[in-house]
Write a protein that binds this ligand. Structure first.
Ligand code: GRF
Length: 221
């Protein structure tokens, strides 16, 4: 089903918001048929909030430390998000573990981006862990969000080489370059009605994607 109006998107962040910026730029350049209707951060005074304000997008803070439990925060977050009636929720560096109730509420309409070649290196500090393990390649995955942390069906995966002399910072920068092209692409496909999640699988143009999603990047065969 293709959209007749720009897809309503809410973006959740916790920090710098460079992926948010890639989406804002895509929207401004007319490449993304979306409207970012709100940006919500669980941390105050982060760069991503400034980016939203500069783009004229409502930028809200919902501080998780003000809630007595993970459930209470997620309920408040869900209520806040739903005021904006999003068709897609985009986690862009949102550093929170989400409750199953929250993830189920947005199942099939929430993406995350994780800096590893999932299912490898779920969790934190992926760049350093990849270096410590002596891997020759690394990358990033956009996936649908399910209750399993970093475990939902992959949509797009991009690979980058690990180069001699790399540090966690140089590797992160190489990965982020890919992030800024694959995240807008996944959002675009979703907005175009080409991408959906069915029976726990990601489908592109009604065809199931492989276990790593659509493959992109420089070191793939
Ligand atoms: C990215 O590296 C993303 O893969 C991870 O968090 C980081 C967010 O960066 N989930 P930014 O806030 O979009 O700059």
């Amino acid at each position: 089903m293709s959209q007749t109006h720009p897809l309503r998107v809410v973006v959740l962040i916790s920090g710098s918001g460079s992926n948010l910026q890639a989406l804002i730029d895509g929207q401004k350049q007319g490449e993304l048929p979306v409207e970012i209707v709100a940006v919500i951060s669980n941390r105050a005074a982060v760069r991503g909030l400034q980016r939203a304000e500069q783009a004229g997008i409502p930028a809200l803070i919902l501080d998780h430390t003000q809630y007595e439990s993970r459930e209470a925060f997620d309920e408040a977050l869900q209520a806040q998000i739903d005021e904006y009636r999003p068709e897609l929720v985009v986690l862009a560096g949102f550093m929170r573990i989400l409750t199953p109730g929250f993830t189920r509420h947005y199942e099939g309409r929430m993406f995350n981006i994780h800096p590893s070649l999932l299912p490898k290196y779920q969790g934190l500090h992926t760049h350093q862990r990849v270096l410590d393990a002596g891997e020759s390649e690394h990358g990033v995955t956009v996936h649908f969000v399910t209750p399993e942390l970093d475990g939902g069906p992959p949509v797009i995966q991009a690979r980058v080489p690990v180069l001699e002399g790399d540090t966690a910072e140089t590797l992160a920068a190489r990965v982020q370059q890919q992030e800024h092209s694959i995240y807008p692409l996944a959002v675009k496909w979703f907005a175009q009605g080409r991408l959906q999640m069915k029976s726990g699988k990601a489908l592109l143009d009604n065809e199931p994607l492989g276990p790593q999603g659509y493959l992109m990047g420089t070191t793939q065969p």
